[in-house]
Ligand binder design. Structure first.
Ligand SMILES: NC(=O)c1ccc[n+]([C@@H]2O[C@H](COP(=O)([O-])OP(=O)(O)OC[C@H]3O[C@@H](n4cnc5c(N)ncnc54)[C@H](O)[C@@H]3O)[C@@H](O)[C@H]2O)c1
Length: 398
């Protein structure tokens, strides 16, 4: 079986898939729709990053395609509805760059507390301006983390290891790590934090959630960081509060409008301000994160093909069955209508098959059932194949 990996995916993915028995072709560039339509027949697994667009026309031509690995965070470049209709599993790597973001935020905190943006700018301008004025240690300061998910919790642990006090606010019930303190409201956090760092997700209700009112509630001379999503923050309000001196510094990695292509002009009300760090959405962009993504997504593709695991698939019902150590496994993706599970079990009972494990998940119009048995006959596979509710049926051998 062939795997085609585009857009310079990390070699660790090639290694993983070759070990799993795939013939792997690695290309550095992305492919246009016409090229994909021509080249995808015969390809079982496709690996892409964000520049390859998988349209319904591409999927129609890709008659042998079983799964797509998005070796990145987003999956907007894939027509998920069309992929789902064809039973093609799509995987991504939502958390592989968590550590990279956390390290950048720690760097921001220290840079802002020492007013390094101004100092380095003056040095480049040939000015020696040695002074401790306005420079602080971060030890003993309070970091307020808004959004205590994957990134927020990891930041919490590292900030505490550096001697910071951590408080956090999350709309979900999150367990406090280390000595971190849960705050009852965003306002309570803003009243205590010396540094406020946003790590919430981009759900619709969060649009513009941090504006004039929230900046005004922050402590005088506190610091503000946004490495989450650009549209969460009113940057005009932030500019006003930096200019007034109420906010002593800010670091931003994400913006409401970001340039599309390399080299495009960047516009923001935050340009040209003292003690403000602006970075081009690079929080998760490290070599280590790329390797982590390569390892993570290729592992999901391998497990899907070898054992029928749809764990963390973004479009198919998610099942993570235990590793297939003995016997056989039946994977059955079907239309989510009543009675399908019973019909599978009746069929297996008629065969005298002894079921050793069974897992079911449904999502929208699809259902997925994984059944472990000693062996699967060709007759069972053929009967399920012929069912009007079948999307696909696959047998796996230990
Ligand atoms: N800068 C980058 O390159 C980069 C890289 C990766 C992730 N991110 C962004 O970082 C953010 C966090 O990522 P994550 O993986 O930790 O996400 P996550 O889903 O694990 O955590 C988000 C947390 O925010 C909480 N939350 C949502 N809305 C909230 C609100 N209004 N108030 C308080 N809490 C709220 C959720 O309950 C959840 O616990 C996301 O916006 C993500 O897009 C940026």
């Amino acid at each position: 079986m062939k795997a085609l990996l585009l857009e310079n995916i990390h070699p660790v993915a090639v290694e993983t898939l070759e070990k799993a028995g795939f013939e792997v072709e690695l290309r550095t560039a992305s492919m246009h729709e016409d090229e994909l339509v021509a080249d995808l027949p015969g390809v079982t697994l496709l690996g892409i990053r964000s520049n390859t667009h998988i349209t319904p026309r591409v999927l129609e031509a890709a008659t042998d395609l079983k799964a797509i690995g998005c070796f990145c965070i987003g999956t907007n470049q894939v027509d998920l509805k069309a992929a789902t209709e064809r039973g093609i599993a799509v995987f991504n790597a939502p958390y592989s760059n968590t550590r990279s973001v956390v390290e950048l935020v720690i760097g921001y905190i220290i840079m802002l507390a020492r007013r390094l943006p101004e100092k380095t700018e003056r040095m480049h301008a040939g000015i020696w301006d040695k002074s401790a004025k306005g420079s602080h240690e971060i030890r003993g300061r309070t970091l307020g983390i808004v959004g205590y998910g994957n990134i927020g919790t990891q930041l919490s642990n590292i900030a505490e290891a550096l001697g910071m006090y951590v408080i956090f606010y999350d709309i979900a019930d999150r367990l406090a790590h280390g000595n971190a303190r849960r705050m009852p409201s965003l306002d309570a956090l803003l009243a205590e934090a010396d540094v406020v760092s946003l790590h919430i997700d981009g759900r619709p209700g969060n649009l513009g959630m941090f504006g004039e009112e929230q900046f005004a509630k922050m402590k005088p001379r506190s610091l503000f960081i946004n490495a989450a999503r650009g549209f969460l923050v009113d940057n005009d309000a932030l500019r006003t509060h930096i200019e007034s001196g109420h906010i002593a510094g800010a670091a931003l990695d994400v913006f409401p409008i970001e340039p599309k292509a390399q080299g495009d002009a960047f516009e923001s009300p935050l340009r040209g301000l003292d003690n403000v760090v602006l970075t081009p959405h690079v929080g998760g962009s490290t070599q280590e994160a790329q390797e982590e993504i390569g390892w993570f997504v290729s592992g999901k593709l391998r497990n899907f093909m070898a054992e029928g695991s749809t764990a963390l698939s973004v479009n198919l019902p998610a099942i993570q069955p235990p590793p297939l150590r003995e016997g056989a496994r039946l994977g059955f993706l079907h239309h989510n209508v009543p009675g399908v599970l019973a019909s599978v079990n009746n069929l297996l009972a008629d065969e005298g098959a002894n079921v050793s494990g069974q897992y079911l998940a449904t999502a929208g119009e699809l259902g997925y059932v994984v059944t472990d048995v000693a062996e699967i006959s060709a007759e069972v596979l053929a009967k399920l194949e012929a069912s009007p509710h079948t999307a696909w049926v696959r047998g796996y051998q230990s």
